[in-house]
Design a protein around this ligand. Structure first.
Ligand code: FAS
Ligand code: PHB
Length: 390
């Protein structure tokens, strides 16, 4: 089959780009390794920068987000029993974030694509990207035992960290940077009232904890755990007791516990692949970069990639101008590295590092004390958290 843009990956990056292009009569085919139910079963990001929310509206997919999402003008940082509100709006001249789960956002994008009769091919296997450095790349894959080819102008690799796209760039052309962290995040979803109306990022000698939510009756909690832990090691009771031990006393009376409806451990890593393009292959989102979720930048940095790539593709088709595509990688990477820095900084600030020396522990304490006592430092935090400009 033939199309203009073949998008590998039916996650939020691929679907958002497909919807934006579709609204400009640019033909796309999305191929997805799993089925839609599996993609929607993943519980991931919860906080959207304003730039991301605006793109959802621009794509015609913002209605449910605006109805069911929560606009947040601040969040809390807890340090032992100390609790400090970070007034994002005051520190950024009125900017806010949107709390709306990635699962729901992805559902909205799938619904929009189906309404627009966009072609999404699920359960694909053995995906191979060929002739990427020609003007006629070919995406080959099998589905239901049949081999298929998609002849296209451009290929977008939005297939996440474990996808095939980045691996299709010749080794000698790719430089990879990254680090892993000696801990993971054990996350649970529970039909309980959130402990606070705003997110609480808690630093504690026992480890980091995060209190988030999806709505007023659906809470999302995380605790830092050793990377050697498995979900089986953590009963609901053990989780709630550990979370309780890491939160300030002032929050405990409002902590409602209950059964977990989802429980998983996510490893933490920082990773960037350079460049983000090769011939007519353009990487976007987790296919090109990964951040520890502490700064809520995973999905949001994917959004910035889509913002740049969407405009570059429009220029190519509507104005016969390939400058945006030629500059995509360097433009995207400039912002990617800023979100990498912020995510690494916030992770370093709030987590317990088992191998930390006494000097490093004191430095971490001093960094937090400086942050919580300096309007300038808080402004830098807020500016990054609400989202740097595209
Ligand atoms: P995704 O990984 O979401 O989507 C890629 C899609 O490509 C998937 O559907 C996959 O099935 C498909 N695919 C893979 N290989 C393929 C192939 N060969 N052919 C076709 N399709 C293929 N971010 C936050 O901000 N906060 C969080 O709390 C948070 N938690 C996370 C927890 C986990 C376990 C993970 C893995 C990530 C988390 N993230 C979080 C980051 C996450 O939200 C990503 O940034 C976001 O999913 C990026 O979206 P995509 O780039 O679309 O990649
Ligand atoms: C979430 O709600 O899943 C969430 C929120 C903020 C983060 C990470 C995860 O920094």
């Amino acid at each position: 089959m033939k199309t203009q843009i073949c998008i590998i990956g039916g996650g939020p990056s691929g679907l958002l780009l497909a919807q934006l292009l579709n609204n400009n009569a640019i033909d796309t085919v999305v191929i997805e390794r799993r089925n839609k139910e599996h993609v929607l079963s993943r519980i991931r990001a919860g906080v959207l920068e304003q730039g991301f929310s605006k793109m959802m509206r621009d794509a015609g997919c913002g209605e449910r987000m605006d109805k069911e999402g929560e606009v947040h003008s601040g969040f809390q940082i807890a340090d032992g029993n100390r609790l400090k509100r970070i007034d994002l709006s005051k520190l950024t001249g009125g900017r806010t974030v949107m709390v709306y789960g990635q699962t729901e956002l992805t559902r909205d994008l799938y619904d929009a694509r189906e309404r627009a009769n966009g072609l999404t091919i699920y359960n694909v296997e053995d995906v191979n990207l060929n002739d990427l450095t020609t003007d006629a790349p070919v995406v080959e894959f099998s589905v239901n035992g049949e081999t298929e080819q998609i002849y296209c102008d451009l290929v977008v690799g939005a297939d996440g960290f474990h996808g095939v796209s980045r691996k299709s760039i010749p080794k000698g052309k790719l430089t990879e940077h990254g680090r892993t962290y000696p801990f993971g995040w054990l996350g649970i979803l529970s039909r309980t009232k959130p402990v606070s109306s705003e997110l609480v990022y808690a630093r504690h000698s026992r480890g980091f904890a995060l209190c988030s939510m999806r709505n007023k009756l659906l809470s999302r909690y995380y605790i830092q755990v050793p990377i050697s832990d498995s979900v089986e090691d953590w009963s609901d009771d053990r989780f709630w007791n550990e979370l309780r031990s890491r939160l300030p006393d002032s929050l405990l009376s409002s902590l409602e516990t209950g059964s977990s409806i989802e429980k998983s451990i996510a490893p933490l890593r920082s990773y960037v692949a350079e460049p983000m393009s090769y011939g007519n292959l353009f990487l976007a989102g987790d296919a090109a970069h990964i951040v520890p979720p502490t700064g809520a930048k995973g999905l949001n940095s994917a959004g910035a990639d889509i913002y740049y790539l969407y405009r570059a593709i429009l220029d190519r088709y509507l104005r016969d101008d390939k400058t945006g595509l030629d500059n995509y990688s360097s433009k995207a990477l400039t912002r990617v590295w800023k979100t990498q820095r912020f995510s690494w900084w916030m992770t370093s600030l709030l987590h317990v590092f088992p191998e930390a020396t006494s000097f490093e522990k004191r430095l971490q304490e001093s960094e937090l004390n400086y942050l919580l006592s300096s309007e300038n430092a808080l402004s830098l935090l807020a500016e990054n958290y609400v989202g740097l400009p595209y």
